[in-house]
Design a protein. Structure first.
Length: 81
C-alpha cells in the first residue's frame, strides 16, 4: 500500500543514511521500525493498580514527636536504633 507521511527533515535524512549503510530501502527500514514498535507494545505488561501497604499495628508515634514536622519525623527515623 502506498501512503504519504510527514517526517521531520533531519529524521528522514538520518533514516536514509542508515538505510544506505545497511544496504536496504527506506521503506524496509520504516516497516522494520513499525514491526518492532508494534511487537513491543503487545509484549508490555498492563499496568495494574497496586495497593499502598498500610501498617495496622498498635502503638503510634513516640510521645512528644510532632507528626506535622518533616524534620522531626526524619530526625526520629535517623535516631531509631
Amino acid at each position: 500500500m502506498k501512503t504519504t507521511l510527514d517526517i521531520n527533515d533531519s529524521l528522514l535524512a538520518n533514516a536514509k543514511a542508515l538505510a544506505a549503510r545497511q544496504q536496504t530501502t527506506l521503506t524496509r527500514l520504516i516497516e522494520e521500525g513499525l514491526q518492532l514498535r508494534l511487537r513491543s507494545s503487545r509484549a508490555a505488561p498492563k499496568a495494574s493498580k497496586r495497593k499502598i501497604p498500610v501498617h495496622k499495628g498498635r502503638g503510634g508515634l513516640v510521645v512528644g514527636l510532632n507528626p506535622l514536622s518533616n524534620k522531626a519525623m526524619l530526625d526520629a527515623a535517623d535516631n531509631d536504633t
